[in-house]
Design a protein around this ligand. Sequence first.
Ligand code: NAD
Length: 357
Amino acid sequence: MPTFEHETLGQRVLFGTGAAAANLAVEVSRLGAQRVMVIASAFQAEMARAVAADIEVLLWHHDVVMHVPIEAAEKARSAAARHGIDLLVCIGGGSTTGLAKAIAMTSSLPIIAVPTTYAGSEATNVWGLTEASRKTTGVDASVLPATIIYDAALTLSLPVGMSVASGLNGMAHCIDSMWAPRADPINAALATEGIRALSQGLPLIATDPHSVEGREQALYGAYLSAVAFASAGSGLHHKTCHVLGGTYNLPHAQTHAAVLPYVLAFNGAHAPDAAARIAAAFGTADALTGLQELRKRLDAPKALSDYGFTAEGIAEAVPLILPAVPASNPRPVTAQDLTRLLQAALNGEDPAILLDR
Ligand code: NAD
C-alpha cells in the first residue's frame, strides 16, 4: 500500500427514482432557504417545474449556455444578487450545473444539484468558464453543491446517443483518475466500481432507453466517477480534451467518448495495476478490450472528425496540451506521441496502434 493523502468532499447525496420533487422539498426546508433561484434551460423548463412543484421558487433562470460563457455567468450572478437569493437549485446537465457553480463562486450561495445527464459536475469542486473562446477551469470549495438529488426518471428523456456519450464521459473520469496527479487507492476503488456500474448500465440504456435499471446504474456510476475525478485531478485524457473542447468548441461528452480509447491504449502497458483493475471491472482479459467491446455494443462516438475537429488543428493543439500533461503520467509523452494520438482520434483509427508493445 503506497503512502497517500486523500481528501473526501462533504456532500449529501439523495438517490431515489421518482423522488426528486419530494427530496428537493425536504432539502430546501433542511437548509432553511426562503429565497430560491431555480436554474434550468428553457428546453428543460417543464421538467424543472415538476421537480420544483413542492417548493416556493422566487426566481426562475432559463438562460443556460454550453461551456458557461462569462456573459451568461455575469447575468445570472446579477439576477441572484438583485433578488437576494439564498439558495440555488440547478436542474439539468453539466452546463446547467456549471452556471450554478459560476454564481456560487462569487456569492458562496449553497447549491442543490439535480443532474439529468451523466457528466458528474454535481460531485466536483471544479468550475469552468469560457471567455473569448478560451475555457478556464479552477477548483473552489464554494462551488461544490451541498446536496445532490439523483432521480433516474429525469434521465429517461436523454436520447440514447447523448446518454452513451455522457456515460462515457463518466467512464473517462474513472479511467483517467487511475493515473492523475493525486491518484490513490481510494480513488481507484471508487473508479473501479464506477466502471463496473457504467459498463452494466449503458448497454441496458442502449437496448431499452426506458429501462430505469440501466439509468440508475449509469447515474450511480457517474457519481462515483466524478468523486474519483475530483479527488485524483486531471490526467492526460482530461488535459487533452480540455484543450480540444475549449479551443475548437467541440461537444464535451462526445469528445471525451472519442478520445478515451486512445489514452487508455497509450498509457495502459505503463500502468499495469490500473490496467488490471480496469480489465477486472469490465470483466475482460485486458483493459482496452473491455472498453472497446463496450464501445462497440454502444455504437459509441469514434472519430473527432465527426464533431468538428480537423487535421489542421493537430499542430496547434499539441503545444497547448504538452505542457499541461501531468508529471504523474505513467508513460512519457512527446510532441510526436500527442500528434499520433490526435491523428488516430481524429480519424477513428484502431487505438491498438498506440500500444507500447
Ligand atoms: P449539457 O449540460 O450541455 O447537456 C447536453 C444536452 O443534453 C443539452 O442539449 C441538454 O439540453 C440536453 N439534456 C440534458 N438533460 C437532458 C434530459 N434529461 N433529457 C433530454 N435532454 C437533456 O452537457 P453535459 O455533457 O451534461 O455537460 C457538459 C458541460 O459540463 C461542459 O461544459 C463541461 O465542461 C461541464 N462539466 C463540468 C464538470 C466539472 O466537474 N466541473 C464535469 C463534467 C462536465
